[in-house]
Ligand binder design. Structure first.
Ligand SMILES: [Ca+2]
Ligand SMILES: [Ca+2]
Ligand SMILES: [Ca+2]
Ligand SMILES: [Ca+2]
Length: 229
């Protein structure tokens, strides 16, 4: 076991979740304005240092085009910030493990929907699907999204005045501090394994805010914390 995860070695279930929470809660907290610069590093296009890769569309786009117009990129909260109403203040709202550069209008379509399979094509993101209660991202990022949400559940456990964010096995979870759909996310985690972009992102985040996403480093821990029922 890597030194970073030594305290989690050999544990399962709630004991593993508690150990990981203790490990990953040691972190620097960014301001929301610092998030812009952080995402220009974490999501940099490996083939073009002037660009970032947008989460849902996969588009490579100039770092300088962040903003509010429909084809600019902005800061998507993958754990929708209204699920728990944490907004953009320091804490889960500025935790770059689940913040990603996203096309402004695609981000708007996703809104605060839970994640699940099905629906109609979003259009601009042709491989995104949505209906009245859920959003399905492209296969390329299904696992990334699952691992970001698993991180959020384990990182935020209601300690020291923080929220307890929890995965739920359903949709229509807004505005509670829960996010769905757990069983689908666990499938996506297996269907889309960690790649070099995601591993690099975890390393860059550690250099910026000092903590790691355990499910990128140890995908097998998902089953040990959330066994298939
Ligand atoms: Ca757009
Ligand atoms: Ca649905
Ligand atoms: Ca992926
Ligand atoms: Ca939690």
């Amino acid at each position: 076991m890597e030194p970073y995860y030594q305290a989690a070695a050999g544990k399962t279930g709630e004991a593993l979740k508690d150990a990981l929470n203790n490990i990953i809660s040691v972190q620097k907290k960014l301001t929301y304005s610092q998030v812009w610069d952080a995402l220009k590093q974490t999501d940099e296009d490996p083939n073009n240092p002037n660009n970032v890769i947008l989460l849902y569309t996969g588009r490579s786009q100039a770092k300088s085009t962040n903003g509010g117009n429909v084809n600019d990129w902005n800061r998507e909260h993958v754990w929708a910030k209204s699920h728990g109403d944490f907004g953009t203040s320091v804490g889960p709202g500025t935790d770059i493990h689940h913040l990603r550069p996203t096309d402004v209008s695609v981000n708007g379509s996703r809104g605060h929907l839970d994640f699940d399979n099905g629906g109609q094509s979003q259009g601009e993101c042709a491989d995104c699907y949505l209906d009245g209660d859920s959003f399905e991202p492209p296969n390329r990022v299904k696992g990334d999204i699952a691992r970001m949400l698993m991180y959020m559940d384990v990182r935020y456990e209601g300690e020291g005045g923080e929220l307890d964010l929890e995965l739920a096995d359903k949709v229509n979870t807004y505005p509670t501090p829960t996010h769905g759909k757990k069983s689908v996310l666990l499938q996506w985690h297996k269907q889309d394994p960690v790649d070099a972009f995601e591993m690099n992102r975890n390393n860059v985040i550690q250099s910026i805010q000092g903590n790691r996403n355990p499910f990128i480093d140890h995908p097998e821990w998902a089953d040990l914390i959330w066994p298939a029922s």
